[in-house]
Design a protein around this ligand. Structure first.
Ligand SMILES: CC(C)(COP(=O)(O)OP(=O)(O)OC[C@H]1O[C@@H](n2cnc3c(N)ncnc32)[C@H](O)[C@@H]1OP(=O)(O)O)[C@@H](O)C(=O)NCCC(=O)NCCS
Length: 154
C-alpha cells in the first residue's frame, strides 16, 4: 500500500475530522474536549508551535498525528488511523516522522496521555520508546477512566 506523509493542510481537514469522529466518538456520552472539530484542526495548523501530519493515499487521508511544542518538549495530542487501514504500521510511520520533525526542532522530551484501556495506542507508544510516568485518576469524565501519562526523554 503506497502512501505519503505530509503536512496537514486545509484540503485534508474534513477527512481528518471524519476520522477523528469515528476514532474518538463515544456515542451520546462523548465529551467535546476529546473530539476535535474541523475548526479545531484549522486553528491547530495555523499555530507556530504545532506540527500536524497526515498519511495520504492519493487524495484520501488514511491517518494523522498532531503535536504541540513548548521549548524543547513535544506533547503528542492525537494519532489516529482510518479503521480499515489499521495494523499496517501507518501510526508507527506517522510517529517516527513526527520524531524526525521534532529532531529538527531540537526536541528532547515527549509527553502524552492515553486511556488506560487503549491497548493498541499503548503498544504503539511503548514500541516507540515511551515509558509510563504516572496515572491521572478518573481523568476522562465520560466514563471515569484513568489517563496513563507516558513520557520519552532523549
Ligand atoms: C492506536 C492507532 C493509532 C494505531 O494505529 P495503527 O496504524 O493500527 O498502528 P500500527 O499498525 O502502526 O502499529 C503500531 C504498533 O502498535 C501495535 N498495535 C496496533 N494495533 C494494536 C492492537 N489493536 N493491539 C495491540 N497492539 C497493537 C502494533 O503491533 C505495532 O507494534 P510494533 O511497532 O511493535 O510492531 C489506531 O488503533 C487508532 O487510530 N485508534 C483510534 C484512535 C486512538 O485511540 N488513538 C490514540 C489515542 S490519541
Amino acid at each position: 500500500m503506497d502512501y505519503v506523509i505530509k503536512n496537514m493542510q486545509e484540503e485534508h481537514l474534513s477527512q481528518v475530522a471524519a476520522i477523528e469522529r469515528a476514532s474518538f466518538g463515544r456515542g451520546d456520552k462523548a465529551k467535546s474536549y476529546e473530539i476535535w472539530s474541523e475548526q479545531s484542526y484549522r486553528d491547530e495548523i495555523a499555530k507556530d508551535n504545532s506540527v500536524n501530519l497526515v498519511a495520504c493515499q492519493g487524495d484520501e487521508v488514511i491517518g494523522y498525528c498532531s503535536m504541540y511544542t513548548c521549548l524543547d518538549e513535544g506533547h503528542i495530542t492525537k494519532v489516529a488511523v482510518l479503521e480499515s487501514h489499521r495494523g499496517k504500521g501507518i501510526a508507527r510511520n506517522l510517529m517516527d516522522t513526527m520524531f524526525a520533525r521534532g529532531a529538527e526542532l531540537g526536541l528532547k522530551f515527549y509527553e502524552l496521555e492515553v486511556r488506560r484501556s487503549n491497548e493498541a495506542a499503548i503498544a504503539l507508544y511503548t514500541g516507540r520508546g515511551f515509558q509510563l510516568a504516572g496515572i491521572r485518576k478518573r481523568y476522562y469524565t465520560d466514563n471515569g477512566e484513568d489517563a496513563a501519562i507516558y513520557t520519552m526523554e532523549l
